[in-house]
Structure formats: structure tokens, C-alpha cells
Write a protein that binds this ligand. Structure first.
Ligand code: SF4
Ligand code: SF4
Length: 283
């Protein structure tokens, strides 16, 4: 089973849930796909045994073959190409904005002159390791690199179907999150009982319903804020799978990079219950 852990809003405790759930179960593979800011490794402290560069294919134009027809600019849905036509005897030009390129390959495929070839652009690194019995993989996007979905897809290529796979997603509801949760059997949405938490939870719920991934909610710091998140879940028939009350001890252990279950072993059973709740919904 593939379980992704997401949250509409950053800072809700998504990584805490991913890490502690992973540490509470057996035969686990943990993927940290929050590639702009991976931090699960700070808690897991895996032994990294392999490192791989991640690339995206971006176009390179051979202007000796190009006639500046503009076809590549037309087909690029991401506005990553500008074509300046020849005029008044002035040579034309093709500009590639590689930071906008999604590597779809349409421009090279459709260039009538065969003037475009694809070249690899380094976008980050994938690190593969383990901690005890747990397999661990994460991606790190290069600083300043805008395109995280290609790296996320490359991290997901390491999914081991013989294991229970837990994926830590980036926060938000945009492309990178959808790239992560697509293909999951279940998504856990971590939120907090505040107006911001509720607002972003509603957005995340809309996305998951659209892409038809079953989901449930974990309410972190459940004893602060108001009861509107729970009322919303009740009204929308969304299962609340677990509640984690605010605790100074948990906050301190987070800041030290110590998983909750190492500080308070009773949490191991609570995370096992979270998993059992997910399994019961999936049955
Ligand atoms: S489609 Fe090919 S020939 Fe046309 S402008 Fe682009 S690179 Fe040049
Ligand atoms: S590969 Fe796709 S996204 Fe990149 S420039 Fe070509 S058409 Fe645009």
C-alpha cells in the first residue's frame, strides 16, 4: 500500500506524522518527496549508500538548421520558448527559458527542421539509504531550481511495491503535491484546528476528491484553536484518523530531531492505530 502524507498548509506536522508512522511499522519504505526542503532524514538519520544525479531534458536549438518558424513556441504550453523572426536582414533567434521547461519533449518532436535536440539539465540529487529495516529515499532539488515535479517523479521510480510505502509530500495543493499523491492508495491530510488550517484543508480536500484518492485527516495540536476543522470533517464525512494534542515535549523533541515515539513510546501504538484505521477504510 502507498500512503502519502500531505497538508494544504506548511508547518502542520506532516513530516512528524510521516516519520513516526514509518518508524512504528515494519517492512516500510519512506520516500521524502518534499524535495525543496526534505527534512525526514533529520529524524530518521539513514545511512545513505547511493547518490544519483537527477536531470530534466531541456531543448537546445541548432540555429544553423532553424528557420524561425515559431512552431516550438506555439507548442510549448509553459511559455519556455521565445522565437524572434528574421526581419530587415537581421538574423532571428530562439530563446529557451530552461527554468520554465517541464521537459515534455513536444518542441523537439514537432520542430519541422529537426533543429532541436534534448540535453540534460541537472536539477538535483536523489539519495538512497536505509535505517535498520526501513528503506529510505529522498530527493533534493538544487537551490533556485523551479521544477520539482520531474525530481519527484524520479524519486517515485524507487517505490518498492513489496513494502508499505509512506511518502512525505510537499505542503500546498499545486503541481508538486499532485505529482506526489497520484498513484497513492490513501492520503493522510495533516492539519491544525485554526482558520488557516481549515482553509487549506478545504483546498486539499477539493484536490483529492478531484483526483479520486481516498483520504482522512490527522489533527495536530488538536487541543488548541477551535472546533471548526472537526465540524467540517463531520459535515463532509471525512474520517478523523488521529488527534495529536499540543505538547511542549513533542515540540522540544521535534526541534532536537527526535521522533515522538522515541520520547513517548505510547505514541507507537497510536501510529499503529492510525495505520489500522487507514487499512479499515481501504477494505
Ligand atoms: S520549431 Fe524548429 S525551426 Fe521552428 S523556430 Fe523552433 S527550432 Fe526553429
Ligand atoms: S520540452 Fe516541453 S516544456 Fe520544455 S521547452 Fe519544449 S515544449 Fe516547452
Amino acid at each position: 500500500m502507498i500512503i502519502s502524507i500531505a497538508s494544504g498548509k506548511g508547518g502542520t506536522g506532516k513530516t512528524t506524522v510521516a516519520v513516526n508512522l514509518a518508524l512504528s511499522l515494519k517492512n516500510i519504505q519512506l520516500l521524502d518527496c518534499d524535495v525543496e526542503e526534505p527534512n525526514a532524514h533529520l529524524f530518521i538519520k539513514p545511512r545513505i549508500r547511493k547518490e544519483e544525479k537527477a536531470y530534466i531534458s531541456v531543448p537546445e536549438v541548432d540555429e544553423t538548421k532553424c528557420n524561425y518558424c515559431g512552431k516550438c513556441r506555439e507548442v510549448c504550453a509553459y511559455h519556455a520558448i521565445a522565437v524572434l523572426s528574421e526581419s530587415n536582414g537581421k538574423k532571428g533567434s530562439v530563446l529557451i527559458f530552461s527554468h520554465l521547461c517541464h521537459g515534455c519533449g513536444a518542441c523537439s518532436l514537432l520542430c519541422p527542421q529537426g533543429a532541436i535536440k534534448e540535453v540534460n539539465k541537472d536539477i538535483g540529487v536523489i539519495e538512497i539509504g536505509e535505517k535498520g529495516d526501513m528503506q529510505f529515499v529522498h530527493g533534493r532539488l538544487n537551490i533556485g531550481e523551479a521544477m520539482s515535479p520531474p525530481l519527484i517523479r524520479q524519486v517515485k521510480e524507487y517505490i518498492n511495491p513489496t513494502r508499505t510505502v509512506i511518502i512525505d509530500a510537499p505542503p500546498g495543493t499545486s503541481c508538486p503535491v499532485i505529482t506526489v499523491v497520484k498513484g497513492s492508495d490513501f492520503c493522510v491530510l495533516v492539519t491544525e484546528p485554526t482558520p488557516f488550517g481549515l482553509n487549506d484543508l478545504i483546498l486539499a480536500v477539493e484536490v483529492l476528491r478531484k483526483i479520486q484518492i481516498p483520504f482522512g485527516v490527522v489533527v495536530n495540536r488538536s487541543d488548541i484553536g477551535d472546533g471548526k476543522v472537526e465540524s467540517y470533517c463531520k459535515q463532509e464525512n471525512i474520517p478523523v484518523l488521529m488527534k495529536i494534542p499540543f505538547s511542549r515535549e513533542i515540540a522540544v523533541s521535534y526541534s532536537e530531531g527526535t521522533p515522538i515515539i522515541k520520547k513517548d513510546v505510547s505514541y507507537q501504538d497510536k501510529f499503529i492505530n492510525l495505520y489500522l484505521n487507514i487499512c479499515a477504510i481501504k477494505e
